[in-house]
Write a protein that binds this ligand. Structure first.
Ligand SMILES: NC(=O)c1ccc[n+]([C@@H]2O[C@H](COP(=O)([O-])OP(=O)(O)OC[C@H]3O[C@@H](n4cnc5c(N)ncnc54)[C@H](O)[C@@H]3O)[C@@H](O)[C@H]2O)c1
Length: 381
């Protein structure tokens, strides 16, 4: 087995999800590469030390530049707020490190372009963590579409709804709340939540040509955690989008943090000439499928429990026995397994930085359209 030394930056939510994947992947997948948890880096030293102890990292850094300068690190994993992605990734690429970067790739397309340029110039393996592609039910949806079962696609409908910023007393900026600070996040729900829906949509249904969007910032001012002052809120709290795909299908996308009762309702439904499919993160192991060609008296929506083996249900033969489900964290194990397999095969796992740039361009077009109040074309990658 080849050892792959990991240097992970940022020990928050995603630091945990990625560390968990590193610890599990070799236990469940047969791979040539074995990750070694060499170093954890966070500018909060206390947090980094306790994180290292909990997850078994061999060493601790508080400055990502020092981490990147180390000869014993092969891969830099970026689990930082969005404003740090570009600087760290570009430095890591220059140092010849492989990179796994959390989504969204950057705060906007221009920033992302610099990252794509840097990894391609350095010829280093690179990958963006749009993990929902690797939920087995979503991967199964991709296979069904590729098999042509839906026929011509007419409609794509997706949303990602939350409700945690409704109170005007939630501050913006700083630890844990950087998502509400436009300088750190780049945008609000468009880059944070809708980017997931867009990545899945591009993967399942091809490129988006143009969009017409509206956004709203319901709470206009919030206390900034770092300055203690009441400051203007620059992010979009909600967005609603009409879109047209290159294949002629029509789409609606919606995202908000103001949908009372919803914590992470990430869904899509696709309607084709012969069949429809639908998926919902709250019931992530199920794929709903309706096929008009079924015998009339049995025709109806099927709820496929995506837990079978025998090669039919993606990834599931690596886990337990048929009928036993897995969860959110497994999507990170799957993407890591695919990334490591890609290293062994020389066939990069998707999405690479360049592929993720397309999502960034769609997000840019959405924000531009909302600002200008008109249809906007999506820049081509
Ligand atoms: N794929 C997904 O489902 C998913 C889910 C959540 C977040 N994300 C993405 O992951 C990234 C991180 O989000 P999170 O929720 O883990 O954030 P978080 O706030 O939970 O953690 C960020 C960590 O980074 C540290 N940090 C910040 N700036 C630093 C710097 N310059 N140097 C060193 N350490 C620094 C903080 O101290 C903190 O521990 C974001 O880009 C976000 O969009 C993806």
């Amino acid at each position: 087995m080849k050892k792959l030394n990991i240097g992970l930056v940022g020990c928050g939510f995603m630091g945990r999800a990625h560390s968990n994947a590193h610890r599990k992947v070799g236990n469940f997948f047969d791979l040539e590469y074995q990750p070694v948890l060499k170093a954890i880096c966070d500018f909060n030293e206390e947090r980094a030390k306790s994180f290292a102890a909990r997850w078994g990292y061999e060493s601790v850094e508080t400055d990502w530049k020092k981490l990147i300068a180390r000869d014993d690190i092969d891969l830099i994993e970026i689990c930082l707020p969005n404003n740090a992605h570009a600087e760290v990734a570009i430095a890591a690429a220059k140092a010849g490190k492989m990179i796994i970067c959390e989504k969204p790739l950057a705060r906007d397309g221009k920033e992302a372009e610099g990252m794509v340029k840097a990894v391609e110039k350095a010829k280093v393996p690179n990958f963006v963590s749009f993990n929902y592609r690797r939920v087995p039910a979503v991967t199964l949806a991709k296979r069904l579409i590729e098999e042509g079962r839906l026929g011509r696609i007419f409609h794509y409908r997706a949303k990602f709804l939350q409700d945690w910023t409704i109170s005007k007393d939630v501050p913006q900026g700083g630890d844990a709340l950087w998502r509400l600070d436009v300088k750190a996040a780049g945008s609000g729900v468009t880059g944070d939540l809708l980017a997931h829906c867009i990545d899945t949509a591009l993967w399942l249904n091809g490129s988006i040509e143009k969009v017409n969007a509206m956004t709203e910032t319901f709470v206009k001012e919030r206390v900034h955690q770092l300055t203690g002052k009441v400051q203007k809120v620059g992010i979009d709290d909600a967005c609603a989008v009409l879109a047209r795909f290159a294949n002629g299908s029509l789409a609606t996308f919606e995202s908000t943090r103001y949908a009372r009762g919803h914590k992470a309702l990430n869904t899509f439904e696709i309607n084709g000439e012969h069949a429809s499919i639908a998926w919902d993160l709250h019931d992530l192991h199920r794929l709903a499928y309706f096929d008009h060609r079924d015998e009339g008296k049995l025709r109806g929506w099927r709820s496929i429990h995506v837990t079978d083996h025998g090669g039919d249900h993606p990834y599931m033969d690596k886990w337990w026995v048929p009928g036993l489900q897995i969860g959110f964290e497994h999507s990170f194990v799957h993407q890591l397994a695919d990334f490591l397999q890609g290293l062994a095969d020389g066939k990069p796992a998707s999405p690479t930085f360049r592929e993720a740039l397309e999502t960034q361009y769609v997000c840019d077009a959405i924000l531009r359209s909302a600002k200008l109040g008109k249809w906007e074309k999506v820049k081509r990658v």
